[in-house]
Design a binder for this molecule. Structure first.
Ligand code: 5AD
Ligand code: SF4
Length: 348
């Protein structure tokens, strides 16, 4: 522990050997507890002592890709597909803004039915009505498209690299779009987006060293938002029989990432919460400072099953839980909730 903390104190980051040490920690190690505590301190010092609550609108579950792990893959015939209309999406964002969410994340499969103009319209309207930051999580689109979205007012993009190990990436992505994805990620920074990425824990053939490389890659590419989730086996996908990713290892990865990239915006992920909601809250003790709540209308949400049994993370419950655990939601969220305290019947 001393070794890692000393290195961090001197360098404001840690290196591969330290990351692997953190990833290797066992649940009952005293060292693990200690390092999580330090990660928590780093979070406070480098990101302000606030937990950001971001709202996700899953506006379409159509996808043209066939990632082997994902329930929404194009070739899965058992998905009841839906698309929300642009005005429906805008309306959900308007409603959600009342709660003082820190960001609206527009998420979907890779769905070309929405043209660039459609997305520009949606982004513009949400910006106009709510002035909330808009984040895009819509997969790969052309450089030109992403430039248009930036001009329309989107400021963040989430595009997970999933794994930086090329071999593993190719084994789980029939489209084999490794180079394009990395290039796109680089391009986002130059366009002026705050860029998010992330990886999956527990992929076939993955080692601790691979996960360390994922974290180092994100540091090197100046990735500012980092989503790391455990692999969840999912019916009707080629990886349905592959075992679930370890939740302990995922929490270790949060801790290591906080040491390696101290200013990261790092959600404790819904995938972890799907293993157990308590585990997701434990993420806050391992260095996470973001949680994403689901604001997709229920009729649609129930069909957005990227993986099996995906939980709904609710705004109210999450807001209360954060406070109960002794963490603070952002000032804007607290203010809005204060204003709404007596207004009943507002439930998402
Ligand atoms: N288990 C865990 N995470 C998954 N994702 C997709 N399928 C799974 C799964 N089975 C994650 C990927 C992807 C995002 C849409 O969800 O990281 O980027
Ligand atoms: Fe489509 Fe994303 Fe699922 Fe891949 S992970 S199949 S791109 S929704």
């Amino acid at each position: 522990v001393k070794n890692i903390v000393n290195y961090f104190t001197d360098n404001k980051t840690i290196e591969k050997e330290h990351i692997i040490q953190i990833l290797s920690l066992n649940k009952h190690d005293k060292d693990r507890e200690d390092l999580f505590k330090v990660a928590n301190l780093i979070r406070k010092e480098y990101t302000g002592d606030y937990i950001n609550i971001k709202g996700v609108i899953e506006f379409s579950n159509y996808c043209k890709k066939n990632c082997y792990y994902c329930g929404l893959r194009a070739k899965n015939p058992f998905v009841q597909r839906y698309r929300m209309s642009p005005d429906e999406i805008i309306e959900v964002a308007n409603q959600a803004a009342i709660f003082g969410l820190d960001t609206i994340i527009l998420q979907s499969g890779e769905d070309d039915k929405y043209t660039d103009d459609d997305l520009v319209y949606i982004i513009r309207e949400i910006r106009k009505n709510t002035s909330l930051p808009v984040s895009l999580s819509i997969g790969e689109r052309s450089f030109l498209s992403y430039r248009k979205f930036r001009k329309a007012g989107a400021v963040r993009v989430l595009l997970k690299h999933e794994t930086i190990n090329k071999e593993i990436f190719k084994n789980i992505h029939p489209e084999k779009n490794y180079d394009n994805r990395i290039e796109l990620l680089r391009f986002m920074n130059t366009l002026g987006y705050v860029t998010g990425s992330g990886n999956i824990i527990g992929l076939p053939g993955q080692t601790l060293e691979d996960i360390a490389e994922d974290i180092l890659f994100m540091r090197n590419e100046n990735i500012r938002m980092i989503g790391i989730g455990p692999f969840i086996p999912t019916e009707n996908t080629p990886l349905k029989d592959h075992p679930r990713g370890s939740s302990e290892l995922t929490l270790n990865a949060y801790c290591a990432t906080r040491f390696c990239i101290p200013t990261a915006q790092m959600p404790t992920t819904t995938a972890l919460g799907t293993i157990s909601p308590d585990l997701q809250y434990q993420g806050f003790y391992a260095g996470c400072n973001v949680i994403m709540v689901n604001i997709t209308p229920e009729v649609y949400r129930k069909n957005y099953n990227i993986y099996d049994n995906k939980i709904k993370v609710e705004f109210y419950e999450t807001f209360e839980k954060i406070k109960q655990l002794g963490f603070s939601p952002s000032k804007i969220t607290q203010k809005r909730m204060e204003e709404k305290k007596n207004a009943s019947n507002i439930r998402l």
